[in-house]
Ligand binder design. Structure first.
Ligand SMILES: Cc1ncc(COP(=O)(O)O)c(C=O)c1O
Length: 510
């Protein structure tokens, strides 16, 4: 055997992971790895997260190629794949950053450039931190004063319905709280394995967490023809089918919706609550986009408020966890990882278990908690920062509303693309009609047709979207998810490029 044959042979053995004693490339004994694809947790292998999936990996690679001077039909990659406002150029709210700067570096409290209201907020937060420093661990449920401020915020939001700070758990973004709640809910094996109802299309945190926890994912489909509304008969259908093979436990709702951008009506929320009560399901309400409502006639209704307005029959019975975050709305501060959940009607003994579970990971980032405190406790009319705060908040939400409108309008002008109104959140999920020839070519390449479409779009235009298959869609339908977050002028360019690409794609494959 020649040296190069031997090298190839050894590499093949190492690659294949054949057990036993083999030689390494430099002649030593190759020790078998403990952690291999065969031995690792199979649930983790089932986890998928399209928002940062293969298309995004390719986008990063293309960015590197552009930097290396490789010629492309475009000069930059535009990432419209992820709901990351600041990455798309959104400016932070001045007051929030002033308070965080003061909390992080308290010497600045002596600096006359910072307004007094920011200083008083910072002093208050620091007093509530261990040792007066953001660098100290907090209690695992979150700093008590901040939980009290969140409770007051919820009460204001919900027209005075009381909120107990003890029912608030701060978290590392909403994601962390959602996964924690799912962990508590999931148990059993075989027929008694817990099932969790999630919408299709869904935000893939849910499917990923359920895969990791080996729970049963129960799909209920949103009604695309009715602006992605939620139909109770569809919930019934999904539940009855699921009961044949698992034990349904929970129902998750995302409102306003990601990726579908709908805002559920109050009637729909009432119906969902009645359904959950009748079927004994734990409700999880993902309300991270609660300030992102753009369409006339649409309004955000929190599940907590509606539940309590439906009377004692429901408010004392239905178990609910609702989630909020600093990552979305007008703040868009994803990097600080601030979030919280409010639990309602949780069994007191389970609550002890929940508190124990979160304490294992010590605490959510304290700077994220501090940010959450200013989000729920912003400048008041008699304070110096009020006018600037209101202007910045209003301008950010107005720009999002304008872009939501523009996106749906332009996409609907393209033959073969159909887009529901973007009533809220930060995304559109248009349906794309793909010719059979394109579907066939995608299958030959081992790709889903919408992945094939998005990959081609990326290679030809530099625009990075997420294929609809990453969120779930009815069989035989194809979509993509696109954020409305790029700055207005850039968004116009993105939409024009998609329009041109789609027309060309249709000509090529029809
Ligand atoms: C519906 C929904 N829930 C939860 C999250 C997670 O947000 P966070 O950054 O707070 O973890 C996202 C993020 O995009 C989302 O869209």
């Amino acid at each position: 055997m020649t040296k190069s044959d031997q090298k190839r042979f050894t590499q093949a053995i190492i690659r294949k992971g054949i057990h036993g004693h083999t030689m390494t490339e430099n002649g030593g004994e190759y020790r078998e790895r403990v952690l291999t694809m065969d031995t690792m947790n199979p649930n983790v292998k089932r986890v998928e997260y399209a928002v940062r999936g293969p298309i995004v990996q390719r986008a990063v690679q293309i960015e590197r190629e552009l930097k290396m001077g490789i010629k492309k039909p475009f000069t930059e990659v535009i990432k419209a794949n992820i709901g990351d406002c600041h990455a798309m150029g959104q400016k932070p709210i001045t007051f929030f950053r002033q308070v965080l700067a003061l909390c992080s570096y308290p010497d600045l409290l002596e600096d006359s450039k910072f307004p007094e209201d920011a200083k008083s907020r910072a002093r208050r937060i620091l007093q509530a931190c261990g040792g007066g420093s953001l660098g100290a661990y907090s209690t695992s449920q979150g700093i008590e004063m901040i939980r009290q401020d969140i409770a007051r915020y919820i009460e204001r939001r919900d027209g005075g319905i009381t909120c107990d700070p003890d029912n608030i758990y701060l978290s590392t973004g909403a994601s962390d709280a959602i996964v924690t709640m799912l962990k508590l809910l999931v148990s059993g094996k075989g027929m008694s394995r817990s099932g969790v109802m999630i919408s299709i299309p869904q935000y893939p945190l849910y499917s990923a967490a359920l895969a990791e926890l080996a729970a049963v994912q129960i799909n209920y489909y949103l009604d695309e023809d009715n602006c992605w509304s939620l139909d109770i008969s569809e919930l019934q259908r999904a539940l009855q089918e699921a009961k044949k093979h698992c034990s349904p436990r929970a129902l998750c709702i995302i409102n306003p919706g990601n990726p579908t951008g709908q805002v559920q009506s109050r009637q729909c929320i009432e119906d969902v609550i009645r359904f959950a009560a009748a079927e004994k399901l734990f409700l999880m309400a993902d309300e991270v986009y609660q300030d992102n409502v753009y369409a006339d006639g649409c309004k955000f209704h929190s599940f907590k408020k509606v539940l309590f307005e439906m009377g004692l029959e429901y408010s004392e019975k239905v178990e609910l966890a609702s989630f909020h975050s600093t990552s979305k709305c007008y703040m868009g501060e994803c990097g600080f990882r601030g979030g919280y959940m409010e639990v309602v009607n949780l069994d007191p003994e389970v609550k002890v278990q929940l508190t124990k579970l979160v304490s294992v990971r010590l605490c959510p980032p304290v700077i994220g908690q501090a940010l959450l405190d200013v989000v729920v406790n912003p400048p008041q009319p008699d304070e110096p920062s009020y006018d600037t705060f209101i202007k910045e908040r209003t301008d950010t939400l107005a720009a999002l509303a304008e872009k939501a409108n523009m996106t749906q309008e332009i996409l609907n002008q393209v033959p073969g693309i159909k887009c529901n109104p973007v009533q809220g959140a930060m995304y559109t999920f248009p349906r794309i009609h793909l010719p059979p020839k394109a579907i066939l070519e995608a299958k030959e390449k081992g790709q889903t047709p919408d992945m094939f479409y998005c990959m081609k779009l990326l290679e030809e235009t530099g625009i990075c979207l997420v294929p609809g298959s990453g969120f779930g869609q009815r069989d035989g339908t194809y979509h993509f998810r696109m954020t409305i977050l790029p700055p207005k002028e850039k968004l116009k360019i993105v939409l024009a490029k998609i329009k041109e690409f789609h027309q060309h794609f249709m000509e090529q494959y029809s």
